[in-house]
Design a protein around this ligand. Structure first.
Ligand code: ADP
Length: 260
């Protein structure tokens, strides 16, 4: 049961009465549970055919290139790019169900942070005409979940690219903070975020409603998943942004193991 109490005040703003309501939320919870289960099963089932499709499209491209049929090979490559996008969406849905079931566990180890940053930038640069610049401090090894941290980096960079359609510069900065944390920041010069929406962008399914001239594809899950990963890594994620000027998304995580 969910209880709510509403105060009734007189003209002097003194409370003279309380009105209480009691709502049975069992049905609502069951509905939520069914929705989460469905999401989990559906995204899991979608993964198998997607994996096969990816193998077929890559096989097709390779063979067409061998036969010098580059036009059709380019079509196969486009197919592969779309399959990658679909796979990323399905992975986001799977991650959300994992978060809801408390099953998003971090697999921590020592890894070289600088190498990971370079790897992610090279990968992202291959699929965009935006120019990605890096200003990096030498950070060396950190203790964390390499795969999940790379997921957050990719998410922030691909958002910076997506939400800056008329500016092609992306600036990435890495630093060691005085508190012994690693700071990773992605600065874009795109559409920016209105002041009152800045905290909301980390909420599940939240998307700033698009202006008329721009509509951007997405489910509103990337930042929610990223913030879960960063929080579970003992860090914090935040954004500085000016609407119409651009955004600076940052995360900070401890370099060494978090005692908590
Ligand atoms: P998606 O991009 O799929 O909508 P995200 O969770 O990654 O989901 O982002 C949530 C929302 O935050 C986006 O819909 C967008 O409105 C806003 N946003 C995220 N990154 C940026 C950015 N770099 N610049 C402007 N707005 C952004």
């Amino acid at each position: 049961f969910l209880g709510r109490a509403i105060p009734i005040k007189d003209t002097n703003e003194d409370v003279i009465q309380w009105i209480g309501t009691c709502t049975d939320i069992n049905e609502f919870k069951q509905f939520q549970q069914q929705k989460d289960n469905f999401l989990g099963i559906a995204s899991h089932e979608l993964k198998t055919p997607l994996t096969s499709l990816k193998l077929y499209s890559q096989y097709l491209e390779k063979n067409l290139r061998k036969q010098d049929d580059n036009n059709n090979a380019d079509v196969a490559k486009k197919m592969d790019d779309q399959i990658n996008k679909l796979t990323a969406l399905v992975n986001d849905l799977l991650d959300v169900t994992k978060i809801q079931n408390g099953k998003i566990l971090l697999n921590k180890s020592d890894f070289n942070f600088d190498e990971l940053v370079n790897e992610i930038i090279t990968e992202q640069q291959m699929s965009t005409s935006h120019r990605i610049y890096l200003e990096a401090e030498n950070i060396g090894n950190i203790y964390g979940d390499r795969h999940r941290i790379s997921q957050v980096m990719s998410n922030l960079i691909s958002n910076a690219i997506k939400y800056s359609p008329s500016s092609d510069k992306i600036q990435i900065t890495t630093k060691l903070t005085e508190e012994g944390c690693v700071l990773f920041s992605v600065r874009d010069y795109g559409i920016g975020i209105p002041e009152d929406k800045k905290d909301k962008v980390f909420e599940q399914y939240y998307r700033v409603s698009g202006s008329k001239e721009h509509t951007f594809p997405g489910l509103g899950l990337g930042l929610y998943i990223s913030s879960e990963i960063i929080q579970r890594s003992g860090g914090r994620i935040f954004v500085n942004s000016v609407e119409g000027k651009g955004s600076d998304f940052c995360f900070e995580i401890p370099k060494a193991d978090n005692p908590h």
